[in-house]
Design a protein around this ligand. Sequence first.
Ligand code: GLU
Length: 291
Amino acid sequence: MIFTTRFAPSPTGPLHLGHAYSALLAHDLARASGGRFLLRIEDIDRARARPEWEAQIYEDLAWLGIDWPEPVMRQSGRLPVYHAVLQDLWERNAVFACHCTRRDIAEAANAPQEGATILGPDGIVYPGTCRGRRCGDGETAIPTQAALRLDMGAIAEGAAKAEPLGFHEAGCGPDGQSGWIGFTFEELCRDIGDVVLSRRDMGTSYHLSVVLDDAAQGITHVLRGQDLFEATKIHVVLQRLLGLPTPIYNHHKLIRDEAGRRLAKRDDARAISLYRSEGRTPQDIRKMVGL
Ligand code: GLU
């Protein structure tokens, strides 16, 4: 199997040093192993994605010396694929319809009988309010105007005797984890819970799209920041549920500012385009991120 990796930015702001690090690392690794580097535009958040940010991504990456095969996969063109998979999960009762607002969830999770509120990678672990709203006899269309959540407990039951869950970490997790990262459904139910697979306003979610697209593009190695380490566990469960292969994961360090905070899209001060306009070179950028 040929080494295949990708860089998958969302066009919702300028690329900063953290993105440059991720993209260069993936590109260098693909080159060193005679493999492929792909680019994917993760533009499912139609309210925040902008064509000008997408154009800027292409420009910045080319300036950094990165090249990629065309055509580039764009998630906005794959909504029918995501919908078909959601329909299947709905009919299999692996997801349920959820009408809760953030506020409903916070209130239910804080109710006295609920015990301590747990924060997972997507926020408060869902308290289960809508768990009964699932595909019923004769009514099989996915309800519109609702989010769809993965029923982690139901999946755990169905998978009790299956192989152990885990992935191979070729990089390093936030606490230094490497090698085989194993985890259990009990841990997932407790620490992650019923994650959203389809947002009301999107018809999909980051988790669902990233898993389907990595599989569709034949990605063998996923390079991504350590901030996504816990999210990777969700992706492994989805791969199991959908019969897709689990790639090797390589979580990398996060690029931080002088105060030790990780960079975010709003950190325009560290935007690649700004360094470019100041006359810095791609070699300078490599040095700044420690490559
Ligand atoms: N679009 C995601 C981001 O920009 C991609 C993360 C990933 O799965 O590698 O953070």
